[in-house]
Design a protein around this ligand. Sequence first.
Ligand code: PSU
Ligand code: MN
Length: 339
Amino acid sequence: MTPLVRTAPEVTDALASGRAVVALETAAVTHGLPRAPLTSLPPYLSDPRTPAAIRACFGASVPVHRALGHALAAAVRAEGAVPATIGVLRGQLVVGLTVSELDELAELREVSKIAARDAALVAARGGSGGTTVAGTLLGCALASPSPIRVFATGGIGGVHRDFAQRPDISADLHAIRDSGVLIVSAGAKSILDLPATVEMLDTLGVPLVGLQTPYFPRFLCEGDADLLVNCEVQDERHAAALFAAHRTLQPHRGMLLCVPPPKEFALDSATMERAIGEGLAECRRLATRGPEVTPVLLAAVAKATEGRSLAANLAVLLNNARVAARVAANLAESAATGG
Ligand code: PSU
Ligand code: MN
């Protein structure tokens, strides 16, 4: 029988020898992005400061969701860390999907969106799916020979708008609290009720650390004084040191490193709010519920901003992967020198 969990040899080697490893999710690939090539190159990808390895993944014939999956791994490698792309493929939770496995997952017609709860249900029937933050954290915990400690995503899930009527709160929040992992994200997705999400993170006791910002970022938009992080650090080395301290004092709890969207690519909040309004109307029209809500909203927002939110989303995902790789490298270095 095939085992339910498998770690790729490259990831196993890196973990065994204490090298930097960054976990990457696949729900953004399978459910968060269009399955068609980009019609024009967004600013982040035409920017010469973006590593060539990342730019090379996008082409006129590659669907953007597949390109992004490969580009995230390339972004981690460009900073000297080993990527561990996590997803469920043919009944197996895989920690470290290869290029062809990731393509296979991305091209499946029947593909689940997998939070921790769904992992066994999908795997047991031999199914496949992209893992959300909550699902990916499961892969981090089960990695062999030791757990993965750093994980990059775009924006975490949280408390949805209208939660008073229907308490739709992403499983990401509790999963992060109970993870022992540093999650690198541009705060939480702005399609959510962000004040309620920050309140919930506060209740759960998840430390919010801002990278060069005192504000909790609003995913594709910059943050503002209305929502603050608990602590600001100036670089990845300090972020790593803070996480190491957190791991010593609360070994089983997670921490959120909040990275604002790269300034040049961020959307202004008025544009974003207008687009979200259209997205929410679309959800009402389609009577969207549960795990469908986030993908439907993201697609509607991309349509309403004529692709600008998609361009910003790619920039955020790729930037976070690079930051996470630098933090992981710092952690590996200080572990090696006993610091
Ligand atoms: N970040 C992105 N795009 C995405 C997601 C994150 O830029 O699609 C995914 C993550 O996998 C996250 C999920 O865990 O959206 C949240 O979904 P829900 O609200 O149903 O828990
Ligand atoms: Mn939900």
